[in-house]
Design a protein. Structure first.
Length: 268
């Protein structure tokens, strides 16, 4: 039985909080922290054969991250695609600009697709700051979507079941909704509220540490949102919500933060 099947068998029995705290996920943080892709040239060049922008950093990230996924989920079970953004990112823009997009989908294989920053020739992603941290947070977000789909399909994913899984997302056109996108949380579908709960948890844990992050976030019985300025300072996701004019007093945001606290409670 391969690694992915072992993972699926456990996944169907355990809560999302326990699953995402397993070493197969958490060890990815240290794996990426000083991975070789950070020091490769991030300058984008066109590949004559495929007429697509590529970079040495992109090719090395495929090796670094793809190797980890193959080792822990089974060779080829998760297909990784990394594309390069056309508009160069400046070193002063910081590590939150290291990725310009990410998506998970199923087409017979589990797929994760990332859009990596390009920079000027000779510049490296390390110049942006803690890029390994950012890649970890975003990839974990997409791996949680994979978990949601595996649970929906009861461990037997098919393209037909994938189409059923994403139907509510497409019918609601939620990706074009400035505020509601973050709180999309169907009973059987790709919950963004859940994945952003995990992403906020990782951001706060990394920036504040477990004890301070736990004290900042609301307990299960809390009835109000905690210190928003501190949340914004430590969470790129919360800052992104502010840009999209999210109403932080809505109950779904409080629920999101409570879930974040549950994720952090299992982090080490």
């Amino acid at each position: 039985m391969n690694s992915l099947r072992l993972y699926v068998r456990c996944l169907l029995k355990e809560s999302r909080f326990r699953q995402m705290s397993k070493p197969v996920f958490t060890n990815l943080r240290s794996h990426l922290a000083n991975a070789p892709f950070l020091d490769k040239d991030a300058g984008g060049d066109y590949d004559g054969e495929y007429d697509e922008l590529s970079s040495e950093a992109q090719q090395q990230l495929i090796v670094d991250l793809g190797g980890y996924l193959d080792k822990h989920f089974g060779v080829g079970e998760i297909s990784l695609t990394v594309k390069v953004n056309h508009l160069p990112t400046l070193p002063t823009e910081g590590y939150n600009k290291a990725l310009h997009g990410a998506v998970y989908y199923f087409d017979g294989l589990h797929n994760i697709e990332l859009l990596l920053a390009s920079m000027e020739d000779g510049e490296t992603l390390r110049e942006l700051g803690d890029v390994g941290k950012k890649v970890y947070e975003v990839v974990l977000h997409e791996l949680l979507h994979m978990q949601q789909f595996i649970k929906f399909s009861k461990g037997a994913p098919t393209v037909k079941k994938w189409n059923e899984f994403k139907k509510s997302y497409e019918e609601s056109n939620i990706s074009n909704s400035d505020e509601d996108y973050f709180f999309f949380d169907p009973a059987n579908g790709p919950s963004e509220l859940e994945t952003f709960s995990l992403q906020i948890a990782n951001e706060l844990f990394s920036d504040l540490g477990k004890k301070e992050a736990m004290s900042l976030l609301p307990s299960r019985r809390a009835t109000r949102v905690p210190d928003i300025p501190t949340l914004k300072k430590s969470s790129a996701s919360v800052r992104s919500m502010e840009k999209r004019k999210v109403n932080f007093s809505r109950p779904e945001f409080l629920d999101m933060l409570k879930r974040s606290r549950q994720y952090i409670s299992r982090m080490n």
